[in-house]
Design a protein around this ligand. Sequence first.
Ligand code: ZN
Length: 433
Amino acid sequence: MTNLIEHPRGAEPGKPGERSAFRFEQRTRLSDSADGLGRGGARYGRTGVIHTPHGDIQTPAFVPVATQAAMKGVLPEMMRATGAQCLLSNAFHLYERPGQDVLDEAGGLSKFMNWDGPTFTDSGGFQVLSLGAGFKKTLAMDVTGMKSDDVIAEGKERLAFVDEDGVTFKSPLNGSKHRFSAEISMGIQHQIGADIMFAFDELTTLMNTRGYQEKSIERTFRWAKRCVAEHEKLTQERLGKPYQALYGVVQGANYEDLRRRAASQIASLDFDGVGIGGAIEKRIIGNTCAWICDEMPESRPRHVLGIAAVDDIFACVENGGDTFDCVAPARCGRNGAIYTRRGRYNVKRAEFKHDFTPLEEGCDCYTCQHYTKAYVDHLLRARELNGFTLATIHNERFFIRLLDDIRASIDGGYFEEFRDETLAKYYENGSRG
Ligand SMILES: [Zn+2]
């Protein structure tokens, strides 16, 4: 087997990375139907393969988030054993620490963290811009009665300011002043060296006014053009490196016309794929994916940024999402929240203290094969790091297996039955998330 960490596809000394090392191959597409949310009843859900210099991703796929080039408490080889195909890291965090030059020197993100597989980085835009409002990342927001461009979380200082050229912000690590722009984000992401990168975009929230959303998507479009130009330049300059694919990001909040306009703008540029970003209300998450797919060539893979809930995953897959990242399985797992096909429960509840059964009956993960609820409960209460490891392995496996099963259901022609059965079981006890 070729070691793709050492010899990524399409990288030759003295030459720019071969673009053909990245491509998407569609396999099975859901048939159009009367209730399809796309134009003319189109349903864009599909299976396929994303080929990258560091290996292939069978889609739809779940992308675990290794924020700082690490899953907290779980080694990359253990992630491989859970069935993970690819990992997503955060450009902003790696820029702050250890610095993108260290990753470049190491031979890129995969090699730095010993992950023999494809990687993604997000542009850093989200982290930088959320400093502006002090809000945590969230797709579904309750915005009743709130509409303002100046809204800020209570007790937080505004740390980021957007202008036409980019964003100025104060580092949350040490308070020092920094600047991000399209060119800076591209430079950082090229040095980090992930297989798939995202264009620098302006994130808005559902609380921004319609007028601001309009201005913002136009600004994101101008930034997108600058990202493509800088990306092409860096690809030509950085010889001997594998090709890095660049996805454009579609914003536009809840507005169909803005989402469509943003999607056709992104489609008009030479991006390798598309990121569906920004705040979306849960009730229209499937519609939003379909609107964007209506405007986008089918040859480009589509990534839904930061998705959390099981029903949202089904809605996004059905309407064209190919890959999905989410921090929830690891973050919730560390707090004791365990995902199962019958809903989510907290293993730290008193009733599990003497329960020597696995976290989930029938789960094939390493944790469930070897450990019990009582033990994981004990470790988490004692703040033993192995508790993080065991809970994270199970929760990541839950989402990876869910997407594997969804993929099989599309290829096998039983997606609707699988969806209805899975959602009914998952939510029957009132599970949230
Ligand atoms: Zn398990």
